[in-house]
Design a binder for this molecule. Sequence first.
Ligand code: SAH
Length: 351
Amino acid sequence: MTAEEIAGWLREEDAAKLETLWSRADRVRSEHVGDHVHMRGLVEVSNFCVRRCAYCGLSSDRNGLQRYRMDAGEVMACARQAVELGYGTLVMQSGEDYGLTKKWVADIVRRIKSETPLAVTLSLGERSDEELLAWKAAGADRYLLRFETSDPHLYVRIHPSLRERVSDRMAMLRRLRAFGYEIGSGVMVGIPGQTIDMLARDIAVFRELDLDMIGLGPYLPHPDTPLALSSDAEREQVPRTELMVYKSVALARLVCPEANIPSTTALATMNKANGRELGLKRGANIVMPNLTPTKYRALYEIYPNKVCIDESASAGGVCLRSRIELLGRKVGAGHGSRRRKRSVAAVAQDM
Ligand code: SAH
């Protein structure tokens, strides 16, 4: 599928034609990653952040926000809970917090890998090669880093570089791959200034990067951030709608059939009644229940009104499990890593 064809689908409004998109995405999902839905337990380790991303409520410009950093004991308690709840993966996410040092992260990854059977995914922002290599050596399996937009002009507007270091997330994703990580990326749908052609290009880039994991959710304005104040003046601005997210998820599945694609919390926040289910029926095969201790959850406020904010980890897990079974799908056991039909070497030879 070319970027033009992808853009054509993103502009499609005919309900009958969209039904064919949903059913194609669902069939490709079933053929390539099967009917199991894997649960990845999410731990929001720290809300400290050095960056000033225009979309994000953790921005260091937000002086009013109380900051927290979990300790190793708290993270290990979450890991044990993930095992008890039958999850195969622990995802450690945070703001870009250099207080989470190379050694601290390496130690906790090593402990999780030696004391539990979990796969470990890191999502700690833009860190040095030295750190990324140390964490891989400690046993980390995967890294999530959304490139947010493939349009260079929009990117600098929403994601300012730190002084003297240009932010190049595409390059970092390629290095993560070379270091042996499974790599995940993605974008927000409906950022002010994002056009249909840009979003189509983003989806084409998912395939160019041969992503193992793809995260797609709606942009949800945080009132205390600069982006929330900007207007959607762009011609062919991508609307911040559920429908646009489903189209993006379905198209991501078609361009990357083997990828693990979550039905995201941001989508479930937009449609609390059945957003998560509709994502799973239109290409997604992963859910990411929150394991962060409830006392920290409200502080990890990347956007407001996050779904399940005050629900205990075990209640959240039980609720999700029954929702998955009601869809006629099964909860996956084990790591749920990407399974390639062809080896990386064979794919590389074709490129
Ligand atoms: N510091 C890490 C993790 C950030 S939070 C990093 O930068 O990679 C994970 C994702 O949440 C971000 O990549 C972004 O795509 C998404 N996000 C941030 N603010 C958001 C908002 N206001 N609405 C929707 N998604 C948002």
